[in-house]
Design a protein around this ligand. Structure first.
Ligand SMILES: Cc1cc2nc3c(=O)[nH]c(=O)nc-3n(C[C@H](O)[C@H](O)[C@H](O)COP(=O)(O)OP(=O)(O)OC[C@H]3O[C@@H](n4cnc5c(N)ncnc54)[C@H](O)[C@@H]3O)c2cc1C
Length: 329
């Protein structure tokens, strides 16, 4: 392991100041960052921890919604009663990811900002595009776990389960940096390789995620489903977060008011299945055939040689997610 300095910031201003210096990186539980430092994939001379910054490890009620500090652990998010009750998809995504050890050490800020799991990126021996190299080695190699849509020279999938759930719940992220702070929708935070091959989000150098804001008016019913090869310690082959709200139809029935269907494991960012969402809105809940809705998933997918299986897999879990939300499993 190369030597590095670890500093606990005492305040947000302190953290921003420390991160302004070259060679500095923000660290949560270190479960993703430290292996990359060890393997020489990331060069960091100074790691700045957020756990001592007042409020950043807490989850609190605010304006009828919830605010989750970036240094709150994944286990705390998964076990929080307000998350479980009002934002079920997030509770399920957090509670089922990785292993108990990683959930205890890893933070929500780290989970959202973790780097991709592409084997070629993770190998210290392979200078892929994400590390400033001149080609994607995965394309001529193993493409089984790569994206089926949204690839552009690089074909990663975004690894974070909580990112998918937060997208479906219309969550927002608050950031801090040298230029001040900003608040943006989770859907605007992640960015594909077309924007920048070496980054997966729109954070500027030295900018960090400070809080996750769950709105009071998020769709009331939500679910997170994930297909993986092993039940524990495994990333999603494909996952879905679906969230619905209902209005009274006037004659005793329920009409779908808001619909969010977001897929993980298929694109370099959490992927909104807008065709399905638009099809669902305004329909009588009792009349929806989940299979008909799910058939609309990924209409323009361009799978690679070994990952075409992700398309029927995505349609199947969308069908299951909608059936469970509509109560017609
Ligand atoms: C065996 C294994 C299985 C796993 N399975 C899953 C899975 O199924 N689903 C899943 O989602 N994840 C999975 N993971 C990934 C794991 O969840 C992440 O390692 C963890 O969430 C990262 O959190 P951390 O706090 O340890 O991040 P760190 O390692 O501390 O940081 C990760 C990255 O985020 C940056 N960062 C940290 N905090 C902030 C912040 N506040 N603002 C901006 N950038 C920040 C760091 O600089 C670093 O680049 C798995 C990991 C392992 C090892």
């Amino acid at each position: 392991m190369p030597p590095f300095q670890y500093i606990e910031a005492e305040s947000l201003d302190d953290a921003v100041g420390l991160l302004a210096e070259s060679g500095a990186a923000v660290v949560g539980g270190g479960t993703d960052l430290l292996p990359q430092v060890r393997d020489g994939i990331v060069a960091a001379e100074r790691l700045v921890g957020l756990g001592a910054v007042p409020g950043l490890a807490e989850i609190s009620e605010s304006g009828g919604g919830l605010v989750i500090g970036a240094a709150a652990t994944i286990a705390d998010v998964a076990g929080h009663s307000g998350v479980r009750r009002r934002y079920a998809a997030l509770g399920e995504a957090a509670g089922g990811l990785a292993t108990p050890q990683i959930r205890n050490a890893g933070t929500i800020g780290g989970n959202l900002n973790q780097r991709p799991r592409c084997w070629y990126y993770r190998s210290p021996l392979i200078p892929c595009l994400k590390k400033g190299g001149d080609r994607c080695y995965a394309l001529a190699g193993n493409t089984r776990l790569l994206c089926v849509t949204g690839g552009d020279r690089c074909y990663i999938v975004h690894p974070s389960d909580t990112a998918v759930a937060l997208s479906a719940l219309d969550a927002r992220l608050e950031t801090a940096g040298r230029g001040g702070g900003r608040e943006l929708a989770v859907g605007d935070f992640f960015a594909g390789p077309g924007r920048d091959l070496q980054r997966e989000n729109v954070l500027e150098p030295g900018e960090l995620v400070v809080r996750v804001i769950l709105p009071a008016d998020a769709p009331e019913r939500s679910v997170y489903l994930k297909v993986r090869e092993r039940e524990s310690g495994d990333f999603a082959l494909v996952s879905v977060a679906a969230a619905l709200s209902f209005d009274d139809s006037g004659d005793g029935g329920a009409v779908i008011g808001q619909a969010r269907v977001v897929l993980g494991g298929v694109a370099p960012v959490p992927y909104r299945a807008v065709e399905v969402e638009e099809w669902l809105v305004g329909r009588l809940a009792s009349g929806v055939d989940p299979a008909e809705a799910a058939a609309l998933v990924l209409p323009n997918a361009t799978p690679l040689p070994q990952n075409g299986y992700k398309i029927p897999m995505a349609r199947n879990i969308v069908k299951r997610a909608l059936a469970s939300l509509l109560g017609n499993e």
